[in-house]
Each structure stands twice: as C-alpha cells, then as structure tokens.
Design a protein around this ligand. Structure first.
Ligand code: G6Q
Length: 548
C-alpha cells in the first residue's frame, strides 16, 4: 500500500511542476517538430496522440516512475491473476476473463473460470441466433421484433451505449430498447412502441434485488400477461441475466431462461458478460465476439507493454498529472461520432463510481484529489454549447477527442467537416490566440482603434489547454471494444495510484437505505426527519395522485 504523495516520484513531480507550469505547448511544438511522433502510440488502427499535453519527456518519465513506485505493474498482474483485489467486497475483478480469447486459464479459488465463461457465451450464441432466425418465437408463434432490456446502472449503461454505438450492425426488423428509470414514464414510453406478441424482455440484474429493475420487470410482466391473456406467455417473453438463481425463480422466470454471471464481474464492467445479451441479439454473436476481441487486444497490450508505451497507463498518468498537480477537477470526453452519444454517460459511471472515493485502502481520508468529474457530449454539438468554457473559462478541463476517419453514413462533405472541426478544436485549445494576434486580426478586418481596444481582450484565447486525440479508422465492434477497454484500464491504474478501491461502490448505499424509510411514509405513518425532508414529504402527501 503506497500513499502516492509519499513517493519520490511525487516529490520530484512537484518540483518539476514548478518548472513546467508556465511553459506553453505552442512553444514546445515550435521547438520540437518531432513532438507528435514521439508522444503518440498506436494499437491496431488506433492512433493515440497525447502530444497536446503540458508535458515534456521528463514529465512522462517521472509520471511513469510514479506508476512504478505505486506498484502498477504488480496490481495489473494481480487483477489478471484473479486475486481478490476488490477487497471490501472480497472479490476478484475479472472482466478480462470474459473476453479472454486465448487459451490461458483464469483461476479463482483454484478453479479455472474459463469453461463457465465459454459455456455462457455458447448459451448466448444459441439464444441470440434463435431469436434472430425466428425459431425462438413468442407465445403466439410470431418472431421477436423488439428486445427490451430492463436493467439499471451497470446492467443498462454498457449494453445501451454499445447498441447505440453499433446501430449500423443491427439486424433489420429487430430493435433494441432500454428501460432503466423507475419513473413509470420510461417503461410506458417503450411499451407504446412495441407489441406484446413480438417483444422479448431481458431482465438484467446481477443481484436481482434492485428496486428499479424489479419494479419495471413486474409492470412489464403484468402488461404482457394482460395482453396475451396467459401466465404461460412469460416463459417465452422473459429471460433473466443474473447471479441469483433463487430470486430469478421467485420472480417467475424459469432458470432455463437465465444466463449466468458471477460475483467477480463488477456491474459497470459487465457488458462483456451475459449482461451483453441484448447486444448479441440485435448485433449477432459474431459482432459481440468482435467486441470482445477488440477488448482482448487491449488487455494483452495492457498486460505486456512497458509502462512508458502502455496506452491506458499513459491516459491514467496524464489524468493524475492534471488532477493532482494542476488542480483540474473534471475531464471532458468528446466523441466526434453521433453513434457514440452515450459514451460520455457510460464513462461517467465507469469512472466516477470507480474512483469517486475519498478513503484510502488503509481506511484513511486521503489528502489529495482522486477521480474527476467526467462529462461530455458528441462534437460538433458541444462546440455550440460548452466549448466556450473550455477555451476561455477559468477552469482547466483536459479533453479527450475521439474521431473515426470513416463515417458509417458517408454523406457529401459531412465527414470532412466533422473531422476538420475535431482536429481544429484540439489545435485551438492547445495554441490559443494571443491578444497581439487578436489585435492584428481586428485591425486587418477594419476595426476602429476603440474597437480594437474594446474587443482584443475578449477575442484572445490563453491556449495551453490539454487534450488527447483518439483516431480510429472506423467505429466497428472491434474498435469500440478497444476503446472501452482502454478507459476501463485507465480507471484501474488511477485507482491503484490513488491508493483507493476502485471496484466497490458504497457511496450509492445511503440514499437507497433512506429511500426505503421514506417510501412507506409517503402514504402511511410519518417518521422523524429534519424540517426540509419533512416538508418535502408533506408536500408530496398533499399533492400526490392515488393510483389504483
Ligand atoms: C455498478 C454498480 C451498479 C449496478 C446497478 C444494478 O458497478 O454496481 O450500477 O450495476 O445497481 O445492479 P444489478 O445488476 O444488481 O441490478
């Protein structure tokens, strides 16, 4: 266990920060034409350009030393080896086993988990193929046209993001829907779009105890039985993805219609498991396996590449550099691909639920910054919204630009325009515009002296704002698999350096506990609360509609 601030590398980085904080990236590029080539890495067709960061070669070396002193190499080994590194829950962390395409065994408590992983993949393949070819039909014999995934958090965000990202691979005539929110509006809106006879509900819940998911699943079940007029219909229209056979059976789903996962699969790392069944159904198993294969390539890279060339490690170290030395508190993810519109939301959970922690592995409150606030929107929309703050605001927000070279929907000049904007934004953030340049520009455009004085300070950009750019040939199952796995491992490395446990999520419990207390009070006996909580409950009791 290492407090990162007690390492030699941290102290050296602190001194080094004083040397580099006023350097401008514009000068670093001007002085060194080979900078981009040196500060870039490739993996398959992926180009990771991290040269637009406020680092010198020495910064990178010191950051890598930090990773070494914090034992990153050893932690990587331990994760892949199935050690119980999720210590507060006493579990191994093995999403990498789910996409292990090699023949390496993966041992948990001396048992190789790979035969089970392959068995469930095979079960998913048979099921997905049968749904797709119509042989796994609904209660009345009609083929399935709509798959509705009912799940929340890790049992929703991953499959939803992936199916959206890979829409061009959907089978014609088969649509995916996702219901997560317990707000009845979410389920109602989806049910308006589908027909009971041809709809398959996938109840995705690792624990099968989640209030939102079970509430949605019960209402969906009732809707189906009412429409098809028979309880028997449930067997043909409901399947479950879970670790909890008993609860699945108690809910009324035949265990034969259950796809298993295991406690060593974390919810927010579970899209590679049976939780990905909706992906396999709409995309086909071969595309789901391509997704796994892309992630596996990254796993192999992460396990074997030297830290200095290891892309997730570099991504992680740059985040630590800005968060803990430059004081950045957030990180923007900006995919220039409309299909990736849920990617920032997906990463929000992956990152913030993993590293939004303040307690060290020794149980102490840490004295340094940990996980950032992750946010973002697809470009170019963001440019017309929050980019103002990125360019001229008072916060330093490191950005990730993600852009494929080929569009899934080539249309006139659209893609060139999209890519030009992406590249130009990263350049503008880095380069900026001095007040002198702004004045020159104004003069050339014929502005009066007064206008020049008035406007130049507002038209100047400080620049020196860091970004990474990820360029890929095309967004495919394989390249998406790579991208997701890169971020997963980045998050892991940061957790190791910050000396926190990245794979639990105790911070989501208190609200759930209190909701259990408040729920009966909305209609029954009122308990003791602070005056604000009391007032809100009373307001609701006065105005609520009674539902039959
Ligand atoms: C993820 C979290 C959380 C979880 C949901 C759904 O890492 O644990 O988001 O995925 O709470 O849980 P179930 O799958 O058990 O319903």
């Amino acid at each position: 266990m290492v407090d990162p601030t007690h390492t030699e590398a941290w102290r050296a980085l602190q001194a080094h920060y004083d040397e580099v904080r006023d350097m401008h990236m514009r000068d670093l590029f001007d002085e060194d034409p080979a900078r981009a080539g040196r500060l870039s890495s490739t993996l398959g067709d992926l180009l990771f350009d991290y040269s637009k960061n406020r680092v010198t070669d020495r910064s990178v070396s010191l950051l890598v030393e930090l990773a070494e002193e914090c034992g990153v190499r050893d932690w990587i080994e331990r994760m892949f080896a199935g050690d119980a590194i999720n210590a507060t829950e006493g579990r191994a962390v093995l999403h990498t086993a789910l996409r292990n395409r090699g023949d390496r065994p993966v041992m948990v408590h001396d048992v190789d988990v790979m035969p089970d992983v392959r068995r469930v993949l095979e079960q998913m393949r048979r099921f997905a193929e049968a749904v797709r070819d119509g042989s796994r039909a609904g209660h009345t014999g009609r083929a399935i046209t709509d798959v509705v995934n009912i799940g929340i958090g890790g049992s929703d965000l991953g499959p939803f993001m992936v199916t959206e990202a890979l829409r061009p691979y959907w089978k014609e005539g088969l649509r995916a829907h996702f219901v997560s929110n317990v707000d009845g509006t979410h389920l109602s809106e989806v049910l308006r779009e589908v027909r009971a006879e041809t709809t398959l509900f996938i109840v995705a819940s690792k624990t099968f105890t989640t209030q939102e998911t079970l509430t949605n699943a019960r209402s969906a079940r009732q809707w189906l039985v009412e429409r098809l007029g028979s309880e028997d219909a449930v067997a043909k229209h409901f399947v479950a993805l879970s670790t909890n056979r008993e609860a699945v059976t108690a809910f009324g789903i035949d265990p034969d219609n259950m796809f298993e996962l295991w406690d060593w699969v974390g919810g927010r790392y579970s899209l590679w498991s049976a939780i990905g069944l909706s992906i396999a159904c709409v995309l086909g198993m071969e595309h789901f396996e391509d997704l796994l294969a892309g992630a596996y390539e990254v796993d192999e890279h992460f396990r074997t590449a030297p830290l200095r060339e290891n892309i997730p490690v570099l991504m992680a170290l740059l985040g630590v550099w800005y968060g803990d030395f430059f004081g950045a508190t957030s990180h923007a993810v900006l995919p220039y691909d409309q299909y990736l519109h849920r990617f920032p939301a997906y990463l929000q959970q992956a990152d913030m639920e993993s590293n939004g922690k303040r307690t060290s592995r020794e149980g102490e409150v840490v004295a340094y910054g940990t996980g950032p606030i992750v946010w973002g929107e697809p470009g170019t929309n963001g440019q017309h919204a929050f980019f103002q703050l990125l360019h001229q605001g008072t916060h330093l927000v490191p950005c990730d630009f993600i852009v494929p070279a080929q569009s899934q929907n080539p249309l006139g000049q659209h893609h060139d325009i999209l890519v030009a904007n992406c590249i130009a934004q990263a350049e503008a953030l880095m380069r900026g515009k001095t007040e002198e340049e702004a004045r020159d520009e104004l003069r050339r455009s014929g502005a009066s002296k007064d206008q020049v004085v008035l406007l130049a300070p507002h038209k100047a950009f400080p620049g020196n704002r860091p970004s990474n750019t990820f360029m890929l040939e095309k967004l495919t199952p394989r390249t998406l698999g790579r991208l997701i796995a890169l971020y997963e491992h980045k998050i892991f490395v940061q957790g190791v350096i910050w000396n926190i446990y990245s794979f639990d999520q105790w911070g989501v419990e208190l609200g759930k506990q209190l909701a259990k207390v408040v729920l009966p009070e909305l209609t029954g006996q009122l308990g003791e609360h602070d005056s604000s909580t009391q007032q809100l409950i009373e307001y609701y009791r006065l105005h609520r509609e009674s539902v039959s």
